[in-house]
Design a protein around this ligand. Structure first.
Ligand code: AMP
Ligand code: MG
Length: 418
């Protein structure tokens, strides 16, 4: 068992990065149908398999003509070209009605919108057969109202870089290029467990001294929102023997192949801090990080006899401590690996005085709007309702002991927690 560490916030983030980033790289990739790939991360650079548009086509309903035929009187109108048809070559001295998106006929090099023609309408089939003619403007730039082949993207060009998070617009271009599937990073598999003999799953009746387990849901959804696939082990027992048995069983159940095991609770200085008591013997280091809440932390590669070694992060039990720890240490590493948008760090005008402990990064919860941030709830790490009412963390650095109302405070936008 190693002596407890003392780390800065940056130092612990680096330790988590060193532990988790290689594990996430092992997660591999998989092909997915486009709609299923929403929010997933592209595994490889995507090159255009064809040009877009695939051929020159009209941007307007109008007449396809050759510029050399303009200014020489009325032109005979030939059969119209509809979208979805192959176009016959244009005979010089004629004009072809062409619809938006229809291919430009060979021999035409410009499109005159129908509104600019005299008469400003298309002829009927009978009128075409009767030798209908049209008067067009005397000139038009070559390529006017023509969407050139490859003007959107050239064949072979880089469309989306590896690591792009796929939203509707990215998936739209993939579909436009005719691809039915994309190769995306597989979701990292996380085994999630809570500890605490006082915990009862939501929906259950509370006995004396019991509380409901908030962390399993909080961390399950935070991990899912950050692109992970979560297996829930539930609440493990606070007795060392039973904890070890249940942890081993959870690691051996299911597909077993986890990239991360995440626990909450049981790592502070109490008499029943089972995670620390047991896992200190199995490769996990425990110590404190200069942050409040979220001071106690544990991390390392779990080596349990009979189980494959796996990255393990032990978070403190208070729900706010657990969530702040997730945002400060885990989400940034997931964001880097999975192309999630990073949290926005900015400043805002503080609406009331805040105190902070020297030597620690103080993370307070706040409500941010229009350039100001109002603290929500106090500093205590059991304040779940205040956390739910917040959309930002207010960050008071190690040197700051008090920040008066009206000063600019560093904040991190956590939005809806996804
Ligand atoms: P611990 O770190 O296990 O001593 O837990 C610290 C505090 O967080 C205690 O008040 C616990 O009851 C509470 N706590 C621990 N785990 C959870 C959880 N999953 N949901 C809600 N509260 C918890
Ligand atoms: Mg506990």
């Amino acid at each position: 068992m190693r002596p407890p560490f003392r780390r800065s916030v940056r130092g612990h983030l680096e330790a988590i990065e060193d532990l988790l980033a290689p594990a996430l790289r092992d997660a591999g990739s998989e092909p997915l149908e486009l709609v299923q790939a929403l929010g997933r991360t592209l595994a490889h650079d995507l090159l255009a398999p064809r040009a877009l548009p695939p051929w020159d086509n009209s941007q307007m309903d109008g007449y396809a003509v050759h510029t050399g035929d303009l200014g020489s009187g009325a032109l005979r109108v030939v059969a119209p070209i509809a979208a979805g048809q192959a176009a016959a070559a244009l005979v010089r001295g004629t004009a072809a009605p062409i619809m938006t998106g229809a291919p430009m006929p060979e021999g035409a090099n410009t499109v005159i919108p129908v509104e600019a023609a005299v008469p400003d309408r298309f002829p009927t089939t009978a009128e075409v057969a009767d030798g209908f003619t049209v008067v067009l403007p005397d000139s038009s730039p070559v390529g006017n109202y023509v969407r050139a082949r490859g003007s959107d993207i050239a064949e072979g060009a880089l469309v989306l870089e590896a690591g792009t998070r796929l939203g509707p617009t990215a998936l739209g271009i993939v579909a436009g290029l005719g691809l039915a599937e994309v190769q995306v990073h597989s979701r990292p598999r996380v085994l999630l467990l809570s500890t605490g003999d006082e915990l009862v799953a939501p929906g259950g009746e509370l006995g004396p001294g019991q509380i409901h387990d908030a962390n399993t849901t909080l961390l399950h959804t935070a991990l899912t929102g950050a692109g992970c696939q979560v297996a829930v082990a539930g609440v493990l027992d606070d007795s060392p023997e039973q904890f070890t048995t249940s942890l081993r069983a959870a690691l051996m159940a299911g597909d077993r192949d986890y990239h991360l095991v995440l626990s909450s609770g049981g790592i502070s200085k109490g008499a029943f801090d089972v995670v620390k008591a047991v896992l200190g013997e199995h490769g996990i280091e425990f110590g404190s990080v200069a942050m409040q809440p979220g001071g106690p932390q544990g991390s390392g590669t779990l080596i349990l006899p009979g189980c494959a070694p796996v990255a393990f992060i032990a978070l403190p039990g208070n729900p706010v401590s657990a969530y702040v720890s997730f945002e400060m240490f885990i989400r940034p590493v997931l964001a880097m690996a999975l192309g999630l948008p990073e949290r926005v760090l900015t400043t805002a005008t503080l609406t009331e005085d805040l105190d902070s402990v020297p030597g620690k990064l103080q993370v307070r919860r706040g409500s941010y709007a229009n350039g100001t941030v109002a603290p929500v709830g106090g500093a205590s790490s059991h304040l779940l309702a205040a956390l739910a009412a917040s959309n930002a963390f207010i960050l008071l650095d190690e040197e700051t002991t008090t920040l008066p109302a009206g000063s600019r405070a560093d904040i991190m936008i956590i939005g809806d927690g996804s």
